[in-house]
Design a protein around this ligand. Structure first.
Ligand SMILES: CC(C)(COP(=O)(O)OP(=O)(O)OC[C@H]1O[C@@H](n2cnc3c(N)ncnc32)[C@H](O)[C@@H]1OP(=O)(O)O)[C@@H](O)C(=O)NCCC(=O)NCCS
Length: 177
């Protein structure tokens, strides 16, 4: 998996030495719950989660700015699609950096990587209806809205949430180039 450079950002694999940076934004009540995950309660919890979902995983990048990890982005298996050439986009960013266009730039770069380098046929993404920031990232990237999957996910609190589902095919990506 390659590093991806975008202006003043570097997308690169995470290592355990990034744990403090990841914990710093993952402990916030404003970050994880918007994506359905519980705020981290300790650096030890961050380290366990990093081992389980970030370290040595293909196509999961840390977002580095000024030598610090400020978020993550990745392409993971899509639980809604039986297609080896489809992946689902996911991301989270430290709230200190919201509203500067960072995730839109990172998502566009990862879309290009997914279609050009991984030769994927489709990339999907979902957000909770209340998550307007994520919705705007998705819209600005040019995804097609597929519909709302009602009562789709049980989050860490036990609450069942709808998700708004979007996708982009390879042909749609190529036509936007
Ligand atoms: C969603 C998230 C990744 C956005 O990152 P970001 O770098 O701030 O995104 P950008 O700056 O590229 O774009 C954000 C857009 O949302 C808009 N926005 C942000 N909050 C908003 C709100 N409450 N209502 C309406 N629009 C909102 C911004 O104005 C901007 O749109 P614009 O360029 O048209 O003005 C970030 O807020 C985050 O990490 N949230 C917590 C985790 C999360 O939600 N992950 C995604 C799960 S689906």
């Amino acid at each position: 998996m390659k590093n991806i450079k975008i202006k003043n950002l570097l997308l690169r694999p995470l290592t355990m030495s990034d744990s403090n940076d990841v914990y710093a934004y993952s402990k916030s009540k404003n970050v994880g719950p918007r994506a359905g995950w519980k705020p981290h309660e300790s650096i030890e919890e961050t380290m366990e989660i990093m081992k389980a979902i970030f370290i040595d995983k293909e196509n999961i990048w840390g977002i580095e700015k000024d030598k610090k990890i400020i978020g993550s982005i990745g392409l993971i298996d899509d639980p809604h699609r039986q297609n080896d050439q489809a992946r689902m986009l996911g991301y989270a960013l430290s709230e200190d950096y919201w509203g500067q266009g960072i995730m839109t730039a990172a998502a566009r770069a990862v879309l290009a990587y997914g279609f050009d380098t991984l030769a994927l046929s489709l990339i999907s993404v979902v957000h909770y209806p209340s998550n307007r920031g994520s919705q705007r990232v998705i819209e600005k990237c040019g995804f097609l809205y597929e519909g709302t999957i009602r009562q789709a996910e049980k989050i860490y609190t036990g609450e069942i949430r709808d998700v708004k589902a979007y996708s982009m095919t390879r042909a749609e990506f190529m036509s936007k180039k």
